[in-house]
Design a protein around this ligand. Structure first.
Ligand SMILES: [Ca+2]
Ligand SMILES: [Ca+2]
Ligand SMILES: [Ca+2]
Ligand SMILES: [Ca+2]
Length: 458
């Protein structure tokens, strides 16, 4: 009967007396003849190059791990490989099988139960274990500013490669999106004979071994150099610049978030990418920033404003030739512009007939670059006076110099200084002699008859 049918039903009938019978007589199957079952066999083939690049002496092996149910303590292997008393559940390696043997068949048999066995066929891992494999390209990307450091539109980059790997041939071919060069020997760095504009972005390349046609590298993306085109800056303030006359403690605070081409916010390891800040004069804190983040930099050690200095930004990874330069202007905190003189004339000082007391009268318009300031002071040289002695920026104001300043041919110099105590320049303006007063309207009407003419008040 069939061992795997658990229950059968029989009818037993007497031959001579058909009425004498038993129907549906139940008959159970006996216990299984063998409970051993090799139900979990894991195997794989392993290639071994025999520690050399000669494929002829390559061999392969079988890694085997057998488990089962109802087994004894060990099993044996027969067939193309024989081994005995192997432990269930342990991984063992069998055989140095010549590489020209394409497959083998082995039978696994429980040591105590010859009926408990299983045959398997194992294929070799490959025709050779010395397979060509290109592992690394070792790319080097160089940025070239094309001799025009402030023109970023003509920058380009070059790429050199030094492929390495295992069981390589002698030459290789490099293939990119729009180029293909062949016959390149391994072992020395090779520069692709092309200039790649930085504005065109990353390159994709792969390499094919020319002696092993199936030996092809993975596609690799070569990052184009970062090409900053703007600091994207904001000059926030100039600390200590206008409160004393000492430029050494001046701090220019500037926020930046540079933008440009080929900027990636994170690198291949997901670290934030950086740029280095390098002022032409003085120092800066911090000395670097992260792309994609606004950073406030504090510059110091620059000349007192109004002044300017260059700041260079360099990508932290790429050749510094493709750097970026921008000029930072330090605001003049208090700059008095050259005063404008109008209405310059001779004031007769109320004594039209007396010329020795004539005065210069003029209107001054004084402006300051700092709109927050309002008042200025004036003084005059030459031992005379000026009245009033102050004024308001932007408001024309009339001033009178002392008696005797007009008509004598002398030039006086008015000095304008800020009245608030800020560190400003002093503006100087020269006042030429307007000449003697023309007293026509002040002369008495000439009448017929006698007249008394005064000369010098006498
Ligand atoms: Ca070998
Ligand atoms: Ca350039
Ligand atoms: Ca200062
Ligand atoms: Ca006079």
């Amino acid at each position: 009967m069939i061992a795997n049918v658990p229950l059968v039903y029989l009818t037993i009938q007497d031959v001579n007396d058909p009425e004498c019978k038993i129907s549906n007589f139940e008959l159970e199957a006996p216990p299984a003849c063998s409970t051993c079952d090799l139900n979990d066999i894991v195997f794989t083939s392993i290639c071994n190059d025999n520690n050399n690049s000669n494929p002829a002496d390559d061999y392969w092996s079988i890694s085997l791990n057998v488990k089962g149910i109802g087994t004894s303590g060990s099993y044996n292997v027969s067939g193309d490989i024989t081994a005995s008393s192997l432990s269930y559940g342990s991984t063992i390696v069998l055989g140095n099988i010549p590489i020209n043997t394409t497959s083998i068949i082995i039978t696994i048999t429980d040591s105590n139960n010859a009926l408990c066995q299983q045959a398997i066929q194992v294929e070799r891992p490959g025709a050779t274990c010395t397979e060509c494999a290109i592992a690394f390209m070792n790319p080097e990307v160089n940025c070239i500013d094309n001799g025009t450091p402030t023109d970023y539109s003509d920058d380009y980059f070059t790429v050199s490669l030094l492929p390495t790997g295992n069981y390589l041939g002698s030459t290789y071919q490099i293939i990119g999106d729009n180029f293909n060069y062949s016959g390149i020997p391994y072992g020395t760095s090779y520069q692709i004979p092309m200039n790649f504009p930085t504005s065109e972005g990353d390159l994709r390349v792969f390499i094919r071994d020319e002696q092993n046609s199936g030996c092809i590298s993975l596609n690799k993306t070569l990052n184009a150099p970062v090409h900053i085109i703007s600091m994207n800056k904001n000059i926030l303030e100039c600390q200590n610049c206008c409160t004393d006359a000492n430029p050494a403690n001046d701090v220019l605070r500037v926020s930046m978030n540079p933008v440009g081409n080929n900027i990636k916010l994170v690198d291949g390891l997901l670290n934030q990418t950086m740029y280095v800040v390098d002022p032409a004069v003085g120092t800066v804190t911090p000395a670097f920033g992260f792309y994609g983040t606004t950073t406030v930099f504090e510059f110091s050690g620059f000349p007192a404003g109004p002044s300017d200095f260059d700041v260079t930004l360099r990508d932290s990874l790429f050749d510094e030739k493709c750097h970026f330069i921008e000029n930072l202007e330090v605001p003049g905190c208090c700059q008095i512009e050259l005063p404008i003189v109008t209405n310059l004339f001779c004031d007769n000082n109320g004594t039209p007939a007396k010329i020795t007391d004539n005065r210069i009268r003029l209107t001054l318009l004084v402006n300051n670059t700092n709109g927050a300031l309002s008042n200025y002071n004036v003084s005059v040289n030459g031992g005379t006076t000026i009245s009033p002695t102050n004024g308001v920026y932007g408001v024309p104001t009339q001033y009178v110099l002392g008696p005797g300043t007009a008509g004598g041919g002398a030039t006086f110099q008015i000095t304008v200084t800020d009245a608030s105590g800020q560190v400003c320049n002093a503006a100087l303006v020269n006042i030429p002699d307007p000449g003697n007063c023309t007293n026509t309207t002040e002369c008495p009407t000439i009448k017929c008859g006698s007249v008394i003419i005064q000369v010098n008040g006498n």
